[in-house]
Write a protein that binds this ligand. Structure first.
Ligand code: AHR
Length: 844
């Protein structure tokens, strides 16, 4: 963003026939833009914290990772929460998850030299403390001459060691007949010793704490940590922690600097923490408890993340609040309201548990903002922070929903508001948009938190989604959003969709006052969720293009929106169209297809004859046969496909007859088939034969691209229906028995909003051009005072919609800033292909 280039190339006063016009009425302010609009949401998922943001280098430092989460039981490798009725269905759940730690001491191993004899085992006798019952017992039976035995930790898929860097090592031991020294090493992947420290004696029946500094004389990205025993005897070890001295803001027990910097540089208005499903737990007993995340780190029991691993809670409640303060963000604490994740155990604790939960949350608030002479405020001061933390929001549960939740919310709202009227209290809304039943059962809330995970093009097709929301007496927070299917691991197309979604939120910022992308962080060695904002391993990281889109849109927020109209002259995008093969398909349903005719420009290009030419079709999955001249798919299962070979069409009309012969759904027609994992799908009688819809399948992931249309009547079994699908250049129409059922209209790929930044006196125009071509744009600023001829253009663009940043090229696609010249009330700007642009224009 630093280099300024004159963009006269893209700006021309001579107005040619433009592809688009953006007209801004500078005299007509519309919605105010909330300064709190863009925040971040942190959750312990995909090792975002443990082995990620949290700078600890030893994985499983307390040997607790094989501990069964509270309230759960283990049976033949499956972990089950208590068998209680699910609050949605009332039936006892049978949800369980695979419990598969590699062994009892994940990330640790034993290494013996020569004929030395030694063993390791987990021990729960004489725990270091009650909160962390497990330790590792190392029995060294015999050692050959000059031979040693080591316990080795692999870190979080390797330990990055930097030459000259210092690492604080802490560990605890107790011993039985062990009198020799212990050596600590960092050893590189080529077995080179990178750092050493020798502890002369560790002998002692009781737990003893040892600390030393390992100073690296060389570097390696995949080093391991060795604790090496040079004598015989028995040693119990626990809480082995290796912490780089260099952490974010040099905080002890701090954060990995470059990951924390990504977050700080987003300048988030707030941080939502600690989840997500993490807040809910796989059972209510395993849900996080802020009190247990305070104090000495070796005494924190940790929290089992529903994403399948333990968090040591090194980043506990105090560290979270401190981080908010460090990066000047407000804090939003999400607490468990006695309900576990509805996708998992769905436990709803009875009302008599509410006073206890409420007392706990009130204590938590007191810890964050209470006076130093209050019980919890005093503990905060004792923990080094007498001043209150910036806690501004509390959220009652995550993704809870329904009347029962609404009633519970009312209890929390009243009690919290009574004691802390300055706090804003958020209600959850389930996994998607505002839930009517929940809203109706809530007496009063400050902010509703709806979530919006969407597939490719959804934000473009539904650009007016929030325009249509009825304004109520509460604000809206889109607490988790992302375009996360059909976009690879999160490419430029994801960023264009995310940016369009953000424009949709910003123009409705009178109602949507807050938002946060999700998930935030992903250690690529253990991914729990397909598309995440910042990706890293133990040594490298990069932020996806969406990160830079959010950053630039956040940095360039207007204070008030202005009336803006976009006129798109032509939809000439070469990337639009539906070329590819044509198919027939079903989903857990049996069906027959016959009399297939395909015409192109009124010329028949294909007519089916299954009796003689079944081999025209490539039959994949399912069980296909010819029955009375029809091609029949006769078994259950997902997505068997018959694909018409050798015919690759662009625009055409497909006519056929189809009849359902069994199963819950009806027909599917894959079109524009590029390969088995990439095509567009027409559903007739989907989701238990209730609706019709268009879906995009990209890299095997399905995303609905139209709102489902309800079928008047379900598709009848054993009745032939006439299906007609018109594939046009930028739309697809689907007819059933001669009646138009639904249309897929290619969404516009060009969006813009404009606003005024009252702080700087600038006009801010934001443009998304999700096209493979440039869009020459007439920018008309109506009723504007005279403008300075020079402004700024900030552009984030890529060469292809599939482009992504990567470990090897982490900043390949980042915003670039240029001088915008020759500005007038009516000028032309050429938007680059696949681009997000911000124009900043100043009045004289
Ligand atoms: O962000 C990943 C998950 O998505 C969150 O844990 C949950 O709130 C949502 O369903």
């Amino acid at each position: 963003m630093k280099r300024l280039l004159i963009v006269s190339l893209f700006v021309s006063l001579k107005l040619s026939a433009q592809d688009a016009t953006i007209s801004v009425d500078v005299s007509k302010p519309t919605a105010p833009v909330s300064p709190d609009l863009h925040g971040i949401f942190f959750e312990e998922i995909s090792h975002g914290g443990e082995g990620g943001l949290y700078a600890e280098l030893i994985q499983n430092r307390g040997f607790e990772e094989s501990r069964i989460p509270p309230g759960c039981s283990l049976d033949s490798g499956w972990l089950s929460p208590p068998a209680t009725p699910h609050y949605g269905t009332g039936k006892v759940i049978d949800w369980k998850m695979k419990w598969e730690p590699v062994n009892q001491w994940p990330a640790w191993s034993l290494q013996t030299e020569g004929k030395s004899k030694a063993s390791i085992s987990l021990d729960i006798q004489h725990p270091l403390n009650n909160a962390t019952p497990q330790s590792l017992k190392v029995v060294i039976e015999s050692l050959g001459k000059d031979q040693r035995v080591s316990v080795v930790n692999e870190g979080f898929w390797g330990i990055r060691v930097d030459e000259g860097a210092e690492y604080n090592l802490t560990f605890y031991t107790r011993t039985d007949n062990y009198r020799a020294p212990v050596e600590a090493y960092l050893i590189g992947s080529d077995k080179k010793v990178l750092a050493t420290s020798i502890l002369k004696t560790i002998a002692g029946k009781d737990w003893m704490k040892h600390t030393c500094v390992l100073k690296a004389t060389d570097a390696d990205e995949k080093a391991k940590f060795f604790l090496t025993f040079t004598g015989v005897g028995t040693v119990w070890i626990d809480f082995v922690s290796l912490f780089p001295k260099k952490t974010f803001k040099s905080r002890p027990n701090g954060m990995r600097p470059e990951l924390a910097n990504y977050l700080a540089e987003l300048k988030p208005a707030f941080i939502r923490w600690p989840g997500g499903c993490f807040v809910e737990g796989i059972s209510t007993e395993s849900a996080p408890n802020w009190k247990k995340s305070l104090g000495p780190i070796e005494e924190r029991p940790g929290t089992y993340s529903p994403w399948g691993y333990w968090s040591s809670d090194g980043i506990g409640y105090h560290e979270f609040l401190q981080f908010c303060e460090d990066i000047h963000s407000d804090a939003m604490y999400v607490f468990n309201c006695g309900v576990s994740c509805e996708m998992r155990s769905g436990v709803f604790l009875s009302d008599e548990k509410v006073p206890g939960i409420l007392a706990d949350i009130l204590d938590g608030i007191e810890y964050a903002i209470g006076p130093v002479n209050s019980k919890w405020g005093a503990l905060r001061a004792k923990n080094g922070h007498p001043a209150p933390f910036p806690l501004k929001y509390v959220e009652v549960g995550n993704e809870q929903i329904g009347e029962r939740y609404g009633k519970r919310f009312n209890i929390f709202y009243k009690a919290i508001k009574e004691k802390y009227p300055q706090l804003e209290i958020l209600a959850a809304m389930g996994i998607a948009h505002l839930d009517k039943r929940t809203v109706q059962s809530i007496t009063k809330m400050d902010i509703a938190d709806e979530h919006a995970y969407k597939g490719i093009y959804w934000p473009m097709i539904n650009y007016d989604w929030y325009d249509k929301y009825e304004r109520k007496d509460f604000k809206l927070y889109v607490g988790e959003y992302a375009c996360n299917s059909g976009v690879g691991n999160g490419n430029m197309m994801a960023a264009l969709n995310d940016a369009t979604f953000i424009l949709g939120m910003e123009k409705n910022s009178d109602m949507i006052t807050m938002s946060s992308y999700a998930p935030l962080l992903e250690n690529v060695n253990d991914t729990d969720w397909p598309v995440n904002l910042i990706r890293f391993n133990n040594s490298k990281s990069f932020a996806r293009i969406s990160y830079y889109a959010i950053k630039m849109l956040n940095e360039n927020k207007a204070t008030t929106n202005l009336n803006t109209a976009v006129e798109l002259k032509k939809q000439d995008d070469k990337s639009v169209g539906y070329p590819g093969k044509i198919g027939l398909s079903t989903w857990d349903t049996q069906a027959e297809f016959k009399d297939i005719e395909i015409t192109q420009a009124n010329k028949v290009v294909y007519k089916s004859d299954f009796n003689n030419h079944k081999s025209d079709w490539d039959l994949k999955g399912g069980k296909w046969s010819v029955n009375d001249g029809a091609l029949a798919q006769t078994i259950d299962g997902a997505w068997p496909m018959a694909v018409l070979k050798d015919l690759n069409l662009d625009t055409y009309v497909l006519k056929l007859k189809a009849r359902k012969t069994g199963g819950p759904n009806a027909f599917m027609f894959p079109l524009a088939i590029k390969d088995d994992s990439n095509y567009l799908r027409v559903h007739i009688g989907a989701w238990w034969n209730r609706v019709c819809a268009f879906e995009m399948i990209s890299d095997g992931a399905d995303a609905m691209v139209t709102q489902p249309v309800n079928l008047k009547e379900p598709i009848e079994t054993n009745r032939w229906y006439a299906v007609e699908i018109h594939v046009n250049k930028s739309s697809i129409e689907c007819f059933l028995d001669g009646t138009l059922l639904m249309t897929y209209n290619e969404p516009p790929r060009f969006f813009s909003i404009a606003g005024k930044d009252e702080k700087t006196g600038e006009l801010v125009i934001k443009i998304v051009n999700a096209k493979a071509q440039v869009t020459t744009t007439k920018i008309q600023l109506n009723n504007a005072l005279s403008l300075l001829p020079e402004g700024r253009a900030i552009t984030l663009s890529a060469n292809e919609s599939t482009d992504e940043n990567s470990f090897d090229n982490p900043t390949q696609f980042t915003p670039k800033e240029e001088v915008l010249a020759d500005i007038s009330n009516d000028f032309e700007y050429t938007c680059k292909p696949w681009s997000i642009t911000i124009l900043r224009i100043k009045a004289k």
